[in-house]
Unconditional design. Structure first.
Length: 567
């Protein structure tokens, strides 16, 4: 039977108990939604005693399903004030599954000032250890010291200074498989600040002496379907630019369709996009000893991760992704790929969301605090956040905090969370997702990449957003979205996997209803937390300003947004 760790920070105790039977068959986003609606008061202070930090694995954790070891982090968001699930790749979920742990719930607040680390040893014993010696260490230095102590087979989930300082943009950084770099981020929603509020510096999971054995309803059938599923995903991945290049391959498509955000979502065309695009990226990898086609977790056949070196061939960052490049690059009119990589490294090390930070830098450029395209000035702002200067602390609270402080009129946020790298005027379904997703502006919740160029592009986009948001809810409960995208054409296969693992009929409606229930639960939670229909809107400038590149504007009316989830 799967286990749950209950970490009581008030008593500094750890209990290992059987995983709740009522949540059997859930994982990732679906598990967090159902757990929170029953155990975390929606009106609680996100940094107070009643909020919980939830760490959990997926529905298929512990199995050979490719990318099944996605890690989900949950809690009431310090940034949005609503429900939050942020998921990531990396090594941690694989090691948790090996220990037979489905979920960790961190409760309450410490009575005394201190810093602790949850350590799970090779025998599966979990304890809180004094981590005061690691105070004020950022993620790379922390992981180096932990690997010196425990070896290179551990997995880590850690916060840097941003989490310790309770920055609202603070992330949790998860170590990559093989390299151990803390470069996979559960970045959105400020959940690193929630971890910091608990006095928890890190969760360290050692390599189990004996891996937990999964209980299958029909193991033979599950193994048969797993081979079919993995073959399907691997076949699709071979032709996938994410496998062959990385997510940076998206730059060319978004730039040429007016979707790439430029100069704080001005709608302009960025003529230098090739300087931050796939060809430049691949050239730099080849000439500097970098690498792509890396698996961030064991058994991944998509292999979209990478290792990016500087001009001297020294490691700079990994998991260098489209979102970071788009928001810190063209959206700030920066076309220096190396400078953006340096910014990414600072953010991973400090433990902050690159989307929030990139948009915060754009606020500084929009208001004239620094000049458009000034990469050195942008790096200086991130160093202020790293050093904790007066303005650096405002930076640490993200885009909206900086925009309000500087009097910016165009602040691209929904539910206080800043927008990822897609202009909603030219991918209107994505704009609908930004507006209505319970998580705040989030491309991973339902990215449509819909029709651009004219206002007829609104047709059927609400339908597309609805269907994708439901699908992503069960994808975020099972595996990496990139693997799911290759299996979406054979959804009955997923139903068969679920039934042969947990029992019951292989009925796809079982999976679809999981997505619907998750969305409705998240929306109910937010409503109880005080959110209204007015929170399901884009900033006014997307309705009022046409995209310079295409002439399009966001013209989805309020009624369409309000009835989107009237299933």
């Amino acid at each position: 039977m799967w286990s749950k760790l209950v970490v009581d920070m008030k008593n500094l105790s750890v209990s290992k108990v059987p995983f709740d039977k009522e949540f059997e068959g859930l994982g990732g986003r679906s598990l967090i939604a159902q757990y929170m609606i029953k155990n975390v008061p929606p009106t609680c202070n996100p940094l107070g005693r009643d909020n919980q930090l939830i760490v959990c694995t997926s529905i298929f954790a512990g199995t050979k399903v490719t990318t099944a070891h996605r890690l989900s982090i949950g809690g009431k968001s310090p940034l949005t004030g609503g429900i939050k699930e942020s998921n990531s790749g990396g090594f941690a979920a694989y090691q948790l599954a090996g220990q037979g742990i489905k979920m960790i719930a961190v409760k309450d607040l410490p009575e005394q000032d201190g810093l602790w680390m949850l350590y799970i040893d090779r025998n599966g014993n979990a304890s809180l250890e004094d981590a005061s010696v690691y105070r004020n260490l950022n993620n790379y230095d922390f992981v180096d010291k932990i690997r010196e102590k425990y070896g290179d087979k551990i997995a880590t989930i850690s916060i840097g200074n941003a989490g310790e300082r309770l920055y609202k943009s603070a992330s949790l950084q998860i170590s990559e498989f093989s390299s151990g770099h803390p470069s996979r981020a559960a970045a959105r929603g400020g959940l690193g600040a929630l971890m910091g509020s608990k006095g928890l510096k890190a969760i360290v999971i050692d390599d189990p002496l004996e891996r937990y054995k999964i209980e299958y309803a029909d193991e033979e059938k599950f193994e048969e379907l797993t081979r079919e599923f993995n073959k399907l995903v691997a076949s699709g991945a071979q032709k996938d630019p994410f496998h062959n290049i990385g997510t940076i391959s998206t730059i060319e498509a978004t730039a040429n369709n007016g979707i790439l955000p430029v100069d704080n979502f001005s709608g302009k065309f960025f003529s230098d996009y090739s300087e931050v695009g796939a060809a430049k990226f691949m050239t730099n990898l080849a000439s500097r000893g970098g690498k792509n086609k890396i698996s961030c977790q064991p058994g991944c056949v998509v292999q979209c991760s990478n290792c990016y070196n500087d001009k001297d061939g020294k490691y700079l960052t990994s998991g260098f992704e489209y979102e970071t490049i788009a928001i810190m690059g063209p959206n700030c009119h920066i076309s220096d790929l190396d400078a953006i990589a340096q910014m990414d490294r600072i953010c991973d090390n400090l433990g902050v969301d690159t989307i929030e930070m990139g948009n915060a830098i754009a606020m500084c450029m929009e208001t004239g605090k620094i000049k458009w395209g000034d990469a050195e000035a942008a790096l200086s702002l991130l160093k202020e956040a790293e050093e904790g200067t007066e303005f650096g602390k405002i930076m640490g609270d993200g885009c909206e905090a900086v925009g309000v402080h500087l009097g910016c009129k165009r602040i691209p946020v929904v539910k206080h969370q800043s927008m990822p790298g897609y202009d909603p005027r030219n991918t209107k379904g994505t704009g609908i997702t930004y507006a209505t997703c319970p998580q705040g502006a989030d491309h991973t919740a339902g990215l449509t990449m819909g029709r651009a160029f004219d206002d007829a592009g609104r047709a059927a986009q609400a339908y597309a957003s609805n269907k994708l948001q439901v699908a992503i809810c069960f994808s975020d409960s099972m595996m990496c979205l990139f693997a799911f995208s290759h299996a979406a054409a054979n959804l009955p296969l997923l139903a068969g996997l679920v039934s042969s693992l947990y029992g019951g009929e292989p009925d796809f409606t079982r999976i679809a209803s999981l997505g619907v229930k998750t969305l409705l639960t998240e929306r109910a939670y937010n409503k109880m937390a005080g959110m209204t229909k007015e929170d399901d809107r884009l900033p006014e400038f997307f309705y009022n300003e046409r995209s310079v590149a295409t002439g399009s504007q966001f013209d989805i009316d309020d009624y369409e947004l309000e009835v989107l989830f009237d299933f």
